[in-house]
Ligand binder design. Structure first.
Ligand code: NIG
Ligand code: FE
Length: 410
């Protein structure tokens, strides 16, 4: 049995019992912090916490790792509810094209973008993809990520989509953190199906989904609903088919245009709607009447120079938000959630407390693990973050570009 005792904690963040499933609207400003605290973890489960002066000591000190966290904060690990961390190759040539003036959409139309990544992925073996993704996940763990959702979507053929999902399944087995798998076969139409959407959708529905269910390869189903990608009607058909195979919708919508994708995804029971760089009042209204988590991806906006999601408008409408990285080679080549934290504060005007709620409790909800993650509560996951010695929690997004995480317990 492994036992860890963290003592003299400067601030135990997001702690308590009877946590809400998410913090919404003005409540996102609230972040419980217990000063001078201790936390005990047994076999990766939180078994006790409280004020240092109420700590009753330990009777059996055998096999206990004691960590002195004086001057340091302890937080529930960040949950990254939206990543494409399995990919074959970086795409810095597109980055340079954008510097020279092309937009993300223009680069995609000339064969770059998702199709570029799909060509590269077809050439790589499952083992290579696994090893490279494993290294990336370990890197993001060192920056505080303690649970991660990973999408397919660079396969775009039966064989390659299954290859990606098998890699994600192996990551689930190999990693000491929670991993959720999302099937994103509907990420783009492969070139050979450009004029034959029906043919590719049939492939998704008749060939991919049954195998995914048979091998239990995914938890969620995603569609990139956007002009030049999947229409509203195409998304609807694919999500309905995915649900028949036990997959819950969690979708890419409103990145470049407002198409009614939010309301449609919500009607189909989406757990989260992600991106939302463009949003209408009708979209906000649809989210208001739902259980769906709007998820914003500020590092994507930053990297490809598109508007930042209007976090303030959503929160002022009484809604929750989650933040995620969107780690992928095209629009967000980093999975560091401390970068997301800084951008959310600086560009979206979230307070540090709101951003921490969006990265912990609300993000855990957005990936369907709020029973076990997102807060320091008895019985929840012991994947917690210990910061460096820092003057305040606000120092994390303030001193951007540095890693303020000393250790992720895992
Ligand atoms: O979330 N927008 C769709 N998918 C990714 C980008 C994929 C890529 O360019 O490789 C995103 O930003
Ligand atoms: Fe994405």
């Amino acid at each position: 049995m492994s036992k860890i005792l963290i003592k003299n904690i400067k601030g135990l963040v997001q702690y308590g019992e009877d946590m809400p499933i998410a913090r919404v609207g003005r409540d996102m400003l609230y972040l419980p912090i217990l000063e001078n605290a201790y936390l005990a973890i047994e076999d990766n489960v939180i078994v006790a916490y409280g004020a240092m002066n109420e700590w009753e000591g330990i009777t059996d000190w055998r096999n206990v790792e004691v960590i002195d966290a004086e001057g340091k904060y302890v937080l529930p690990a960040f949950c990254d509810s939206h990543t494409h961390i399995v990919f074959a190759k970086s795409r810095e040539e597109e980055f340079v094209d954008r510097i020279k003036g092309l937009t993300y959409e223009e680069i995609a139309l000339k064969g770059g973008g998702i199709l570029n990544s799909a060509r590269r992925l077809a050439e790589k073996s499952e083992d290579e993809l696994f090893e490279e993704a494993l290294i990336r996940v370990k890197k993001v763990m060192a920056t505080g990520t303690g649970a991660i959702e990973i999408k397919s979507g660079y396969g775009l053929s039966v064989e390659a989509e299954l290859k990606m999902l098998r890699v994600i399944k192996r990551l689930k087995e190999a990693l000491p953190i929670a991993v959720k798998a999302t099937f994103l076969g509907a990420h783009a139409f492969p070139t050979e199906f450009k004029e034959n959407h029906r043919g590719y959708i049939d492939l998704i529905i008749n060939e991919m989904l049954p195998k995914i269910e048979e091998e239990k390869l995914a938890d969620y189903i995603d569609v990139f609903c956007e002009r030049n990608y999947f229409s509203l009607e195409e998304m609807e058909e694919i999500l309905i088919a995915g649900k028949r195979h036990g997959l819950i919708p969690k979708v890419h919508v409103n990145q470049f245009s407002v198409m009614g994708g939010i309301a449609k995804a919500i009607e189909l029971g989406a757990l989260s709607v992600d991106h939302l760089e463009e949003i209408s009042d009708e979209d906000i209204d649809a989210i208001k009447h739902s259980e769906c988590m709007p998820t914003l991806l500020p590092s994507c906006s930053h990297f490809i120079s598109i508007p930042f999601g209007n976090a303030r408008k959503l929160i002022e409408a009484g809604l929750p938000i989650a933040l995620a990285s969107d780690y992928n080679p095209g629009t967000t080549p980093t999975g560091n959630l401390q970068v997301v934290f800084s951008l959310a504060c600086i560009k979206m005007k979230l307070t540090p407390e709101e951003a921490i709620n969006a990265l912990t409790l609300n993000a855990a909800y957005a990936m369907g693990i709020n029973n076990t993650h997102g807060s320091i509560s008895l019985g929840k996951s012991g994947n917690v973050i210990i910061t460096n010695e820092i003057p305040s929690l606000a120092y994390i997004p303030y001193a951007f570009g540095e890693n303020h995480i000393e250790r992720l317990i895992s």
